[in-house]
Each structure stands twice: as C-alpha cells, then as structure tokens.
Design a protein around this ligand. Structure first.
Ligand SMILES: Nc1ncnc2c1ncn2[C@@H]1O[C@H](COP(=O)(O)OP(=O)(O)OP(=O)(O)O)[C@@H](O)[C@H]1O
Ligand SMILES: Nc1nc2c(ncn2[C@@H]2O[C@H](COP(=O)(O)O)[C@@H](O)[C@H]2O)c(=O)[nH]1
Length: 199
C-alpha cells in the first residue's frame, strides 16, 4: 500500500527506544502509529495487552508464525517477538507513519522485505550507562539483564555495519536525542500533516 514510509527504531535494550517513541507519538499523535508486536514475555507493570504488545503463549506464537502471519520474528533474551502483517497494515490503513521497535535480527529480516522503512539506531553513550539504565528500570531479573547486556555488545557492533542504518542517534541527553529523531523524520512528518490538512 502506498503511504508514508515506516520507521524502524532499533538498538540495545535500555538505549531509550520506547522513551523516544512515546515522546514522538505524544507530540504527533495523528502522524505516527505504533506497530504492536507479539511477544511471549510477561507484561511489565503498567504495560497493556494490545497496546504495548500482544502477549501470547509460545504455542500460539509458533502457530501464527507457521501460518505465515508475521513479517519477521526473533528470539531475544529467551523470549519470542514478532511483527505481524496485521500490526503494520492496521497503521498503514490509517495513512500514519508506522513505527516498528525491533531488535537487530528484526532489522536484518525487514531488509529482506519490501517494507522500505527509514532505519534508525538508538545507541547508549556507553555500556556502563546502559547497564545503569537497565538496572534502574528494575524490569529485569539478573539473568535477563546479563542476556540483554550481552546482546547490547553485539548490537553496538552491528549498528556500525555500513549501510545498516540511515541514522545512528546516541541517546545521552534525552532532549538532544529527541531533537535529532525529529530532525530525521521531519520530512515524513510534514508530508503526513499536509495530506491530513487537504483531506
Ligand atoms: N537520555 C536518557 N537519560 C537517562 N535515562 C534515560 C534516557 N533515555 C531513556 N532513559 C531511561 O532508561 C531506561 C530504558 O529506556 P527504554 O525503556 O526507553 O529503553 P528501550 O530501548 O525501549 O528498552 P527495551 O528495548 O528493553 O524496551 C528507562 O528507565 C528510561 O526512562
Ligand atoms: N525482532 C523483533 N524484536 C522486537 C519486537 N518487539 C520488540 N522487539 C525487541 O525486543 C527487545 C526486547 O524488548 P522488551 O520490550 O522485552 O524490552 C527490544 O530490543 C525490542 O526492540 C518484534 O516484533 N520483533
């Protein structure tokens, strides 16, 4: 379907992807729509089924993958995650910019599709800062935290692969990082606003 280009936000767990995308969706609520992924991990306090994720069992997730319902799927830190075709279509049907928050396996897999998004990597200023943010968030067990830190090291190298991302944003100061994110997306934002005004 023709429409605004989707946006992929990727980067290590704890780098600040959700924080940045929530700010963006708050400021431009009629411009962006979130692609609600499926996951087998448990909801965190405050997360809502159908809004943050569709929380499903492994059996349900695997059956839907086998049924061809996903554009991409991956195992991250021991849990399954995936972007369903319906999640993206729901946003695109409203002519909004679809935002996907996915890990690096998802980025590789999306590159094999015809989605053609803008690829943005959100990176932490250092591993030490990342670890502090993840610990302070208090959402992970020690085991999950260690898995996420291990994946983060791989992700930080992956983000440097030439051509992998259109833009890499270091999220040190939140307002600076948010400013860079808006700057990257302003052209697409203005296109959607223009269409909204003329319809
Ligand atoms: N620039 C920043 N300065 C300080 N703290 C930050 C900054 N950006 C985000 N945080 C905090 O760091 C923690 C991790 O951020 P967030 O949950 O947005 O990361 P994430 O990349 O979405 O992680 P995940 O992939 O695990 O969902 C949160 O507690 C958030 O409030
Ligand atoms: N490949 C995919 N990765 C996804 C998807 N949804 C989320 N994620 C990534 O998983 C990790 C962990 O997320 P968390 O919410 O448990 O902290 C993070 O890097 C997300 O970007 C997806 O559909 N596909």
């Amino acid at each position: 379907m023709a429409g605004p280009r989707p946006v992929v936000l990727s980067g290590p767990s704890g780098a600040g992807k959700s924080t940045l995308l929530k700010k963006l969706m708050k400021e431009y609520d009629s411009v962006f729509g979130f692609s609600v992924s499926h996951t087998t991990r448990n909801p965190r306090p405050g997360e809502e089924n159908g809004k943050d994720y569709h929380y499903v069992t492994r059996e349900v997730m695997q059956a839907r993958i086998d049924n061809g319902e996903f554009i991409e799927n991956a195992v991250f830190s021991g849990n399954m995650y995936g972007t369903s075709k319906a999640a993206v279509q729901d946003v695109q049907a409203k002519n909004l910019i679809c935002i996907l928050d996915i890990d690096m396996q998802g980025v590789r897999n999306i590159k094999r599709t015809d989605l053609s998004p803008i690829y943005i990597s959100i990176q932490p200023p250092s591993m030490a800062v990342l670890e502090k943010r993840l610990r302070d968030r208090k959402t992970e067990s020690e085991e999950s935290l260690q898995k996420r830190l291990h994946a983060a090291k791989v992700d930080m190298e992956f983000s440097k692969e030439p051509g992998m991302f259109d833009v890499i944003i270091i999220n040190e100061d939140l307002e600076d990082a948010y400013g860079k994110l808006k700057e990257t997306l302003i052209e697409e934002i203005n296109k959607v606003k223009k269409v909204g005004m003329s319809s």
